[in-house]
Write a new protein. Structure first.
Lengths: 637, 248
């Protein structure tokens, strides 16, 4: 299979403009004749559904939650990047582009990243117009902060609830279109298969989570904006419901899955406290702007943090990376935390934590300033741990947080199935092997507000689509497949709960394919996963029926997909014999212990083609070329 | 610690429903309330009893999906906290707790502790937004917003739409939810052109949804996990009155 990225060529500054000009348009009067399905209602799906409806398309939008406002984008705390250069500190579209390509460890497509940096400007304008209450300076101008490894102040924020406020903006725009009858919303409805007719995506099969009814929805195109797959690891910072089912089942219908091993660990999460733990809570990375990360200098020093004098503390990030200090990128911060814990210097009951200390910042700025900046985060930390971070340092540990990999898409955000578009975290496109802080919100909204609404016209205008109805064999086949999965899960009548299998898979993945990976560990996981999957289908226990609200059954289907996707993640990690970004292979590191990329052999996107469960998928390569940002060893010293 | 629960079990909207007593013998102080329910559900599954259905998603207090009445108080005893952020260290060994779904005519029970809050979505669809089609916006700094207004707007915008205010209100009024949205948008210059229309449209929709009227009982403010202040209701009433009298 030839992967055509459809990336424009020529000067990068004008690529998106020229590309847009070359795309066909749909006559305004014809737009209402087209129906578009959008799955997911987060920043990417919500903004796309609203914008497509504003343009005049008929949109059907689906989410599994009870309301589109619940999507997990809502939990993003820190902020959203935009190259506004409002602070005259040297920022520009080019610099944001440069930082993103470099931050992604040279595994992203230059054209896409440049476009993302360009539309970042429009996103802020759009959100302000919608009434997003961004932080302001006393002058009334928008406030910015520097965030997660950036040396310029380009991050816009709304307290520690930026994701919530941006999502409410998109949600309100979406509800406006629902009120106007231009969007039909299907909450508590889960997509369980993609309908492909004559090689084109023409609809989805859904299950109504309240009635269990399996139903087909047909349309001219399908847009997936269903988020990432971090919950493969069971314990992650994702919402409990976040799942990979939509993208995985589209993958099984022919959409290639790109770079699945590029997963991101977030350095500042609250450590695990016990077996019953249901999820990990992230503390915004903005905390690293003022907090200092340290562990005791001596191995096994069990004194209370306040009893350890300066001379007994190792501020290991500041020591190893003097110019970036506590603000090194996420992967670097996470790996270093793991390293000091592996050395036996971790803190807290489990020994799997490091301190994030605000003592100096409180002395320098005063408690009111710290409270204004991080008050809600401090409150949250205290509620969960019972400790007051104004008095005693926070304990943090890395956790899986975001997945850079996802369905492969071209420059138009179309997958390898014609008519199937993939937006936001669900695609692989813009972050390479590592995502910079405050860039997820930017990509989700960029894709939904400004990219897809331009590119989708071209497909609709240039494609002749035959009429399809429910009686088509492809539709009936997909419906039957979905009904069969439900039946098999209910009929297994085994002995162990869905959660127990999910936990087992998560532990295996965290150990073998987590913060650092080895060929031996990955090979071990690749032997274990098929066995676990086989036991799951034989022995899983799901009570109740498929005809009403059955939360165990919902989970069971999602975990079944995680058990397949996990294998692909490990395989991809094993094949990529280099370290880059979030993918750290212990065999490939510099003498100083930094990630060692191998551009000669691995400067490509690995896009996997499904060949059946348990059969080896086929890898296709999209070579990456860097005309503007020349690959260098990332250095944050 | 050992916790005794009396949980409202109701198969579906037409089922009569009843309280059922359960014991969770192995709770610990570090568990969140929902993790304690997870443990209960694993036990129930092992005994071949169907787990208790409850809504939840982010489990970090921001998505607004979780919540139930704990001993008659929405989201339980800790102020400013959603059920998922409430930890068992706030309870004692041997505590006996009564869990019920949100109680309001506009929020029919779906199953056990799960209710249908789509009425909130319809309030927003009726007009709880600023009509700014994508692409039409001027530069973000073209319109200045005084910091104090932005902060007060953000205070109101923090609403997570969980429905605790409605559940706790003796009148099942959605006034705190609506007031929060009207204050969020009405405190910003961008929200002025539609301010009067927004108040009228949301109020009319609230009546269609059979939410009650506000009698300033203040129960909503007391249980709001985001501590939204009663003043947003006063603001809403002012906006509504002004809009009604000015005939817009």
């Amino acid at each position: 299979m030839l992967l055509d990225s459809k990336s424009p060529t020529g000067p990068i500054e004008t690529r998106w403009d020229r590309h847009r000009f070359n795309l066909k348009l749909v006559n305004p009067a014809n737009k209402r004749k087209h129906k578009i399905i959008v799955v997911g209602s987060g920043l990417a799906g919500g903004s796309a559904a609203a914008t497509l409806a504003e343009l005049g398309y008929n949109v059907h939008c689906f989410c599994f939650q009870d309301s589109p406002r619940r999507a997990h984008s809502i939990a993003a705390q820190g902020g959203i990047n935009a190259a506004k250069n409002y602070h005259n500190d040297g920022d520009s579209v080019y610099r944001l582009f440069y930082d993103t390509v470099k931050g992604g460890d040279f595994r992203a497509r230059e054209s896409n990243v440049y476009r993302l940096a360009q539309v970042s400007l429009n996103i802020i304008d759009q959100c302000v117009a919608q009434g997003v209450p961004f932080a302001r300076e006393y002058s009334g101008y928008l406030d910015n902060r520097s965030f997660g490894g950036a040396q310029v102040s380009r991050t816009f924020y709304a307290r520690g609830q930026t994701g919530q406020q941006l999502l409410l903006g998109a949600y309100q725009a979406l509800e406006r279109q629902i009120g106007a009858g231009q969007v039909r919303m299907f909450p508590r409805t889960e997509m369980l298969d993609l309908i492909v007719v004559d090689g084109r995506a023409r609809g989805i099969v859904t299950r109504d989570l309240l009635t269990g009814r399996v139903e087909s929805h047909l349309a001219d195109t399908v847009v997936l904006a269903t988020g990432g797959y971090a919950n493969v690891y069971c314990l992650s910072t994702n919402a409990k419901g976040s799942n990979a089912t939509a993208i995985w089942r589209a993958h099984k219908r022919g959409a290639l899955f790109a770079n699945p091993c590029f997963t991101q660990i977030h350095p500042t999460c609250i450590p695990v406290s016990g077996e019953y733990q249901s999820k990990l809570t992230l503390m915004s990375e903005s905390l690293r702007n003022d907090g200092r990360v340290w562990v005791p200098l001596a191995n096994g020093d069990k004194r209370a943090p306040s009893d350890i004098p300066e001379s007994g503390r190792d501020y290991f990030l500041e020591r190893k990376y003097p110019s970036f200090g506590n603000l090194v990128p996420r992967d670097v911060a996470s790996r270093n935390a793991k390293q000091v814990c592996d050395d036996g210097r971790g803190v807290g009951p489990s020994g799997l934590a490091v301190y994030l200390d605000f003592r100096d910042a409180i002395e320098r700025l005063g408690q009111p300033v710290i409270k204004e900046r991080y008050g809600n985060l401090f409150d949250m930390y205290e509620r969960i741990t019972g400790e007051d971070p104004y008095k005693t340092p926070m304990r943090i540990y890395p956790a899986i947080h975001y997945t850079m990999g996802g369905l492969w898409v071209d420059y138009n955000l179309m997958s390898t199935i014609p008519g199937l578009y993939v937006l936001g975290e669900a695609n692989f496109s813009d972050h390479g092997a590592n995502r910079l802080g405050a860039s997820a919100l930017m990509q989700g909204l960029g894709d939904g507000y400004f990219v897809l609404p331009n590119t989708i016209n071209d497909y609709l205008a240039s494609t002749k689509l035959d009429k399809v109805d429910d009686s088509h064999a492809a539709v009936r086949d997909a419906e039957a497949g979905v009904t069969d999965i439900t039946k098999r899960l209910l009929d297994a009548k085994g002995t162990r709960s869905v959660d127990s299998y999910h936990r087992e898979l998560g532990k295996l993945m965290w150990e073998c394919c987590g913060m650092s990976r080895t060929a031996a560990g990955l090979q071990h996981a690749l032997v274990e996963i098929p066995g676990l999957r086989e036991r799951y289908w034989r022995d899983v226990k799901v009570l109740g029926s498929g005809e009403d609200l059955n939360q165990s059954l919902e989970k069971a289907g999602r975990v079944a997909d995680f058990l397949e996707l996990a294998e692909l993640i490990c395989l991809d990690a094993l094949e990529r014999n280099e370290s880059c970004g979030g993918h750290f292979r212990e065999e490939y590191q510099t003498p100083e212990g930094e990630a060692q990329r191998d551009d000669e052999h691995f400067s490509y996107t690995a896009a996997w083609e499904f060949r059946g469960v348990g059969s080896r998928p086929e890898m296709h390569r999209e070579p990456l070329t860097f005309e503007y940002v020349h690959p260098t060893q990332r250095s944050y010293k | 610690m050992r916790i005794i629960l009396h949980v409202w079990r109701q198969r579906n909207a037409s089922d009569k429903g009843r309280m059922v007593r359960y014991e969770v013998p192995n709770a610990t102080e570090h568990m969140s309330f929902l993790e304690m329910l997870d443990v209960l559900n694993e036990d129930l599954l092992a005994r071949n009893e169907e787990p208790v259905a409850f809504d939840h998603d982010c489990r970090e207090g921001i998505c607004g999906m979780c919540g139930c009445m704990v001993d008659g108080v929405a989201h339980g005893p800790l102020p400013g906290t959603t059920l998922c952020q409430l930890h068992m260290r706030y309870f004692k060994d041997g505590d006996e707790l009564y869990l019920e779904p949100w109680r309001a005519r506009a929020f029919p029970v779906v199953r056990d502790l799960v209710v249908d809050r789509s009425a909130f979505d319809r309030l927003i669809a009726a007009g709880g937004c600023i009509s700014a089609a994508t692409g039409s916006a001027p530069d973000g700094n073209a319109v200045l917003v005084p910091k104090e207004n932005a902060e007060r707007s953000m205070d109101a915008a923090a609403c997570i739409g969980c429905g605790a205010c409605v559940a706790m209100c003796p009148n099942a009024s959605a006034s705190l939810f609506m007031g929060a949205k009207l204050a969020h948008l009405g405190l910003l210059p961008q929200g002025q052109p539609e301010r009067a229309r927004r108040a009228l449209a949301m109020e009319a929709q609230a009546n269609r949804e059979l939410f009650g009227s506000c009698t300033n009982a203040g129960e909503c403010e007391a249980v709001c996990p985001k501590e939204i202040k009663l003043e947003v209701i006063a603001r809403m009433n002012r906006d509504f009155l002004h809009a009604s009298l000015s005939g817009r």
